[in-house]
Design a protein around this ligand. Structure first.
Ligand code: SAM
Length: 283
């Protein structure tokens, strides 16, 4: 593992987050402290070449990290996240840890997503908001006895797809252009006993959708959304919805306008912190 790092002004935090939002195989970590004018931006890369490439573009330094079992070294387990009255998302990795979580939250569905090299432990505002929207929509669809399907575009840990199967979706598919995310999603589907949730390595920008889904959830950052609107629009089943997330407040107006240009009607906008999530339908 190689780490590229650079100190930067804290006002540039969003820019770094956006710049590395879609970096493949690597993980961005931004460390800030209250009252400090500077942040530490780090990107953990599997290869030296990738770290050097970032250094070539942005300066900073590269260091080598000796291989270690990072998961085992991290003693701090993130707290579980509750979603409505339905889910608890926890970091349980083993069947024993999962059993412990089930005992602690007997009235909720447990989804186990250990912190791995893929985005989506439920703690980020974008993931949490999309999860709530899926829970709410599933309730309506299930009450009407409707069979429904969900596509998780930019699946990361697979959390949205796994939640959909737990909520009763009859067909669930997720994709990501990062092979590590696809592998981790498959592992998480096994861990959570959701065999219907299938995952494929697909770059949404090159995607030719062959099927349609009642819910298409794309928590994937505004620039990718804007470029992928034609594909996303084609993947929505008649009467279905597109959940758009990963949009910074400052980017929301432009991104949602691009969605409208592509044939969407924005039905609902939810802002949480600096992040915006929207629900859209076909015009
Ligand atoms: C913000 S994460 C969302 C993960 C998860 N769905 C969630 O809601 O927590 C965005 C994911 O989109 C993936 N991604 C970014 N650009 C992509 C593209 N062009 N095609 C497919 N996946 C992409 C990233 O690898 C990352 O896993």
């Amino acid at each position: 593992m190689f780490v590229w790092s650079k100190l930067s002004a804290s006002k540039n935090s969003d820019l770094w987050e956006q710049r590395f939002a879609t970096i493949q195989d690597a993980t961005l970590v931004i460390t800030s402290a209250p009252g400090r004018a500077r942040i530490l931006v780090e990107v953990y890369c599997p290869t030296r070449k990738q770290a050097w490439h970032i250094q070539k573009g942005h300066g900073g330094r590269v260091r080598h990290l000796k291989p270690q079992n990072w998961a085992a070294l991290s003693s701090k387990t993130p707290p579980p996240v509750k979603v409505r009255e339905t889910f608890v998302i926890c970091a349980a990795r083993t069947p024993a840890e999962l059993a412990k979580a089930r005992k602690a939250f007997p009235n909720r569905e447990i989804i186990a997503v250990p912190a791995d090299m893929a985005f989506g432990t439920g703690h980020h505002a974008t993931t949490a908001t999309v999860l709530r929207l899926i829970v709410d929509m599933a309730e309506g669809l299930n009450q009407r006895g409707r069979r429904w399907s969900l596509a998780d575009i930019g699946c990361g840990s697979g959390i949205l797809a796994i939640a959909a199967e737990r909520l009763g979706a009859s067909r669930v598919w997720g994709c990501d252009f990062d092979p590590a995310a696809v592998r981790i999603s498959k592992e998480n589907a096994v861990r959570n006993g959701t065999p219907k949730a299938r995952f494929t390595k697909v770059d949404v920008l090159k995607w030719q959708p062959k099927q349609q889904w009642d819910i298409v959830a794309a928590n994937i950052f505004h620039d990718v959304l804007e470029a992928a609107f034609p594909q996303l629009v084609r993947s929505i089943a008649p009467g279905g919805v597109l959940m758009l997330s990963g949009i910074l407040r400052s980017q929301a107006r432009g991104c949602l306008a691009a969605g409208e240009q592509a044939g969407l009607r924005i039905e609902k906008v939810v802002a949480r912190g600096k992040w915006v999530t929207a629900v859209a339908r076909l015009n």
